[in-house]
Ligand binder design. Sequence first.
Ligand SMILES: [Zn+2]
Length: 184
Amino acid sequence: MISDLSESVTRSSATQSSATLITAVDAVTVPGVAATELWLTGVQRRDLAYLVEASYPFEACGLLVGSADTERVDVQDVFHARNLNVERARDRFLLDPDDHMAADRSARARGLDIVGIWHSHPDHPARPSITDLEAAWEGFSYLIISTTASGANDFRSWRLQGGKFIEEKIRETPQTSSSSEEES
Ligand SMILES: [Zn+2]
């Protein structure tokens, strides 16, 4: 499911969310131990591909909501957020704090957390930039999707550990009949 917050969010104070979010995610892996795995459904992958392709050649961004422990991150929902960086939208993103808070509220209402942030790299590899590194928090998954004019072509996910990005495996969550995700 995609929750597009672009239209529904009312303006409010922007600074509250970061403190909440940092404490919300305490599932940091132990350095030297196996990296975490990020579990996405096939539908979520397709939804993300659709979103980054629709924004091309500009960066798309959003949040991953789900649950995390020391070994795996299970994504339940993919939220699309506004990229407030208009001037450098081809190679920077600034996730709208209001969208951030709305995703956080939605997550908490269901006993979930924000577990990561996704964004696209138009015409660039799915590797974190220096800007990504400077903006990153430990304990979050940073899913980067490389996209070109022909479409999304690479999904890679990264976690900050001791000031460095460590790649984590992306795994496909098996679809079950009880899954609430709708095909689009
Ligand atoms: Zn980036």
